[in-house]
Each structure stands twice: as C-alpha cells, then as structure tokens.
Design a protein around this ligand. Sequence first.
Ligand code: PAZ
Length: 311
Amino acid sequence: MDLGHALEATRANLNAEIESFFNSAPPLKNSVDIRNGGGRRVVCVTAGGTTVPLEQRCVRYIDNFSSGNRGATSTEYFVKAGYAVIFLYRRGTCQPYCRSLPDDPLLECFELTDESNIKVHELYSEAVKKAITEHRAAVEEGLLLKLPFTTIFEYLQILRMIALSTSNLGQNAMFYLAAAVSDFYVPWHSMAEHKIQSASGPLNMELAQVPKMLSVLRQDWAPKAFFISFKLETDSKILLQKAISALEKYKMNMVVANELSTRKEEVVVVTSSEKISVRRNKDRGFEDVENPLIQLLVERHSAYIESSSDL
Ligand code: PAZ
C-alpha cells in the first residue's frame, strides 16, 4: 500500500471509531436546549450606515446617513427585556450605554487632580458610573456582543454569518434591521485600485444595484426568525406605502416606518393588519421612542413564538 492509501485508511478507521463513540454514548438530556440556545431569545440589532468605497485602497466613499442612535438605544432595551443582543454597528457611531455621555467623553468626563491622577468630573460621575456598570453587566452576562462594520461588503457578509449561525434558534431569533444600507455599490472587480485622479476631469461612474438580500435572509438564511425592518423617508406622503410594500415584498413580520425629521418622536409600526403609531412620552422627561417600541416588539415576538409552538 502506498503512503496516500495508508493515510486514507487511517482516516477512515478514525471516522468509524468516532461514529461508534457517538452512537454508543448515552443520549444528552438537554440536547434540544443546547441546540436552541437554552430557550434564550437572541436579537441581531443593526445600526449605522454602510459605506460604498470608490477605490479598493479607499480614500473616497459614498455614505448612508445614520447616527446609530436607534440601534444603540434599542439594544439597551432589548438587554433589559432579557434578550442576548448581537449589535452589528458602523464603526464610530453611537454605542449602547453611552447615550448620556458627552460627545468626547474622555476629554470631557475626566479631569487631572495632579500630574499623575485622574478623576471623573463631578458633573458626569453618575452618568459614567451607570454606563460602565450597565455595559459591564450586559457583557458579563453574555447579553451583548458587538461586531463592527464599515462597508456594505463587510455588513452583508457579517449579517449572513449571523443569520446562518443563529438559524438553530428558530423562532427565538429576531432581526431588528435599523441600519441604513446602501442600495448601490461599485463591484470590487470593477473598482479602481488607487485613488481616483481629479486631473482627468469630471467623474463618470456607474453604480450597480446591491442585490436585494432581505428576501434571501428572510426565507433561506433564517427562515423561522422574527423580522423587523425599517423604512426611512423624507417625504411623509410616500412613507406608509413604502413600508407596506417592504412588508409584503420581503415578508417581514413588521416594518417600522419613520420620517427623518421626526424619527426620535414617532414611528409607525406596520404589520399585515395594523398600523400602530408609537410615540415618545414627553411627560416622562428623557423617555425615548425606543422604550415603547421595544415593549411592543417584545410582546409581538412572544406571540409569534407562542403561535409557532402550537403548530
Ligand atoms: O441611526 P439614527 O438613530 O440616526 O436613525 C435611525 C434610522 C432613521 C437610520 C432608522 O430608524 C432607519 O430607518 N433605518 C433604515 C433606513 C433605510 O430605510 O434604509
């Protein structure tokens, strides 16, 4: 027997031995729990805008507007509701538990007491303590995993990985797609490698359409999960119709419709039978629209899990 055949035979023997080990092992009592994550609900929250690079060694890019606030705030409420959150966010955008901190926390929250000591500025001491405590608790309890993206290429590849690796969670998985995702892009193979030069005059560039990934995500990658997508418009006259179309076209469970200028005050949740207006409760000081929104979504997700278990 030559070396190649000998190695193949050894591998076949090992495989047979492994198979026989598993066949004769006592059955795991909690195998269903392990497979579906112990019944834990998991939500993938996306936040921020994707970029479309114009050069492979990227100097210029097209961006999509989103501060990331919606996703970061919603993440905090999902964790509060007991969900494990996979936070897929645009690098440099708003982060969970940092909302009440100033824009430049390192420089504004801390002060030097002498040459070698730093302390938290009294004005921010409560906010810093709360942010650190809540963030640490979420991470230590395994309720927060943060994954950054910048480009449309990174975003869609990571989203697919998350969908495929959570598909065993079945109905316990939720997708809350608040990121602002590019509709057009420059395919990698047709992109200039180096910085585009301005000396050659005006720039003509054809952008390809990003394949409509939402229907594949919904139907193939995570077919049992509960799906919420967002629809942003600046023209209120077309907003609801666009949300209804997205609901039907991509078979979402819910679409959250929001207008750019009022997105922090009100959203409309569109389902196949309802249009539910969700508003920020102004009487409750700093309350945000995400608090009642996530309450509603968690209730609807519970009903979805319940109704699927009846089947
Ligand atoms: O990130 P942000 O809080 O500034 O804004 C949130 C939002 C408007 C980007 C989000 O609610 C949304 O509508 N995302 C989907 C955008 C789209 O239609 O592509």
